[in-house]
Write a protein that binds this ligand. Structure first.
Ligand code: AHR
Length: 616
């Protein structure tokens, strides 16, 4: 029997519970969500990113029809000091064609008839030079699109135009040729689909962004993960380096062994949140790097500086306060003016700020966290500061993190755990006993990891069962996000992820469907209910709708009687969505209807999640 009194007052819960966690891991940003198609557009890749890489990674010299030339990397007269390297193409003779070509991130997928915006900063260094010719070609050498640009002058100038390919290919190459003997400097060689998500310049890949938007996340946590604190002071994620014109941003080594262009930076994150109606949850480093450069990190990367030197902490703390001003300050404030200059005079409405990511809770951490926490809460009592309690749901970091949270009365703490499906089923009471007088919880990273980390329905249903328990406890667990979000097929550093993709396709996992089914039916009131199976019932007080979410993770169908007191006040046909194994392919949510009555006979299929939507 499943019984619930639909007319009860219920318990207020967080309307922000269901959100997402984004990190540039698995080529989630560069080569993924960030729509730039050119790999290493600014010639800043290096062996620090990945062994064997250098400033010309992704690029090849083109010499055709007797043309002779060379390409080198220089840094003596850069476009901007944050973007020090650029290519210099030397054309030795006036014959044939000389240029550079780029094959994109794991291929360059273009679609017939779509418009692509090409741009380059160019400067004629020596010789007369000549016009630039830009081509899109297929791997076989067929010309897909052509663009002629003016001859560069002696000063850095941005040249741009449109390319519209005449065929759809996944392995195109972008070729930039210089017509004329001499040396021409090239930087920020960029190719963007015109059709980005919400038509944003420097925007996001439409299909991927839409798959995220379809989750209707109530918040987006960004930019990570371990990416936030980096594994050394050199690649801590410093938000100020990620705003302003893209050619002035300081790109850097990605902790996940590739390069982050930071073209998707803080402004773009805030804008994306706004575009999908989600609250931004930025996470800043707590002044220390990955696990405080503990033993394993030290073995790998050497004994670096573990944290920002204490005498630099006041300036760093100021940087964190500046972020709040960038997000929320008036357009005539120092940082609000930078936001306005980027095209957004209105504030972004920041409510939450994460400080630290699953750090090892050492004295170095505590000292720095305390300084940031105290400064933010003093200057901005309206901001909910989210602290961290380490990488696991128990253990010394967890205990120490909670000790600090209790001492400082941190508004919310971030818990993380990746565990086998059974762990989730065994912990369906975890938050029932959490002390409501202490810090609230943000379950910032979790996922059920099945054998060999496969993306199974079994794992997804363990997460679904856990989500019923999170909703029941969403008076104390205010935010939760599955992790990680995106993984590029063939190029992952971490599995499983919620959404997989290639340059052309988006593939959704069973866990994605579970997240979507819960998030699309979220509420702000929890209704007490009884059931032998994991169940949660929430009401959305705005629409008056009530959502029942029922998980049958067993391998047998379960025949149930649904006793829904007060059902008469709802439309007589309820919408039902069921995620269950399918005979003809991967599990996908299927829709049906259910006629309401005093006692409804409902069979929850084996291995299923059912969501029943009652509308007025
Ligand atoms: O989600 C992947 C990684 O898992 C995150 O970067 C880190 O916070 C955690 O260890």
């Amino acid at each position: 029997v499943v019984s619930v009194d639909l007319g009860q007052e219920g318990k207020p819960i967080s309307a922000d519970l269901h959100g997402i966690f984004f990190e540039d891991l698995n080529f989630a940003a560069d080569g993924g969500l960030y729509a730039e198609l050119v790999e290493n557009r600014s010639f800043e890749f290096s062996s620090a990113d990945r062994r064997g890489w250098d400033a010309l990674t992704g690029w090849k010299l083109v010499e055709r029809d007797g043309g002779r030339g060379e390409v080198v990397v220089e840094a003596n007269q850069p476009l901007h000091s944050n973007n020090p390297h650029y290519a210099v193409l030397g054309v030795v003779n006036g014959e044939g064609e000389v240029g550079v070509e780029n094959g994109g991130y794991h291929g360059l997928a273009v679609t017939e008839g779509d418009a692509y915006d090409f741009s380059v900063f160019a400067r004629q260094v020596a010789g007369a030079g000549g016009p630039l010719v830009v081509l899109l070609e297929s791997a076989a050498g067929d010309e897909l699109a052509r663009l002629e640009l003016a001859a560069p002058s002696g000063a850095w100038t941005k040249l741009s135009g449109e390319l519209a390919p005449n065929a759809t290919v996944d392995d195109a190459r972008l070729v930039v040729l210089s017509r004329g003997v001499g040396r021409v400097a090239l930087d920020m060689i960029s190719l963007f689909p015109r059709d980005t998500f919400h038509g944003r310049k420097n925007g996001l890949r439409k299909d991927l962004a839409q798959a995220i938007a379809d989750l209707e996340p109530k918040f987006v946590r960004f930019p990570g993960g371990c990416l936030v604190h980096g594994d050394g002071l050199d690649n801590m994620y410093r938000w100020q380096d990620t705003i302003g014109p893209v050619h002035e941003r300081r790109s850097q080594r990605n902790i996940w062994r590739y390069h982050q262009s930071l073209g998707l930076g803080y402004f773009e994150y805030f804008q994306f949140c706004e575009d999908i109606g989600a609250k931004p949850v930025p996470v800043v480093p707590a002044g220390v790097c990955c696990q405080n450069a503990g033993a394993s990190v030290t073995r790998k990367w050497g004994q670096g500086q573990r944290g920002i030197p204490l005498d630099e902490m006041p300036a760093y703390t100021e940087e964190v306060l500046d972020l709040i001003e960038f997000a929320n300050g008036p357009a005539d404030s120092r940082w609000g003016a930078k936001r306005a200059a980027m095209g957004h005079p209105e504030p972004f409405g920041l409510e939450y700020l994460g400080v630290g990511n699953e750090d090892h809770i050492t004295p170095e951490f505590e000292e720095r966290f305390r300084q940031i926490h105290d400064a933010v809460t003093a200057a901005h009592p309206e901001i909910v500061v989210i602290g961290t309690v380490g990488p696991a749901p128990d253990g010394p970091d967890y205990e120490e993190g909670w000790r600090i949270a209790n001492q400082l009365k941190v508004a919310m703490v971030d818990e993380h755990y990746y565990r086998p499906p059974n762990w989730f089923h065994d912990n369906l009471q975890r938050y029932d006993s959490y002390d409501r007088a202490r810090s609230a919880v943000y379950l910032g990273e979790y996922a059920a990891h099945d054998d060999r980390r496969r993306r199974t329905l079994r794992a997804a249903l363990a997460e679904a069962a856990y989500l019923t328990h999170l909703e029941r406890n969403a008076d104390i667990v205010r935010l939760a996000s599955y992790a990680p979000l995106l993984g590029k097929i063939g190029h992952t550093q971490w599995d499983p992820n919620l959404i997989y993709f290639t340059n052309r396709e988006v593939r959704l996992t069973p866990s994605y469907h579970v997240q979507r089914m819960f998030s699309n039916t979220s509420g702000d009131i929890y209704l007490a209910c009884e059931s032998e199976l994991p169940l949660s019932v929430v009401r959305d007080s705005g629409s008056g709708q009530v959502f029942l979410k029922l998980v049958n993770a067993t391998d047998a169908d379960r025949r149930l009687s649904l006793e829904l007191a007060g059902w008469e006040t709802f439309a007589s046909a309820a919408r039902v969505k069921t995620l269950a194994p399918a005979a003809d392919g991967p599990p996908l949510p299927r829709e049906s209807t259910l006629d309401l009555s005093d006692a409804i006979d409902y069979t929850a299929p084996a291995s299923s999640l059912t969501v029943i939507e009652l509308s007025r």
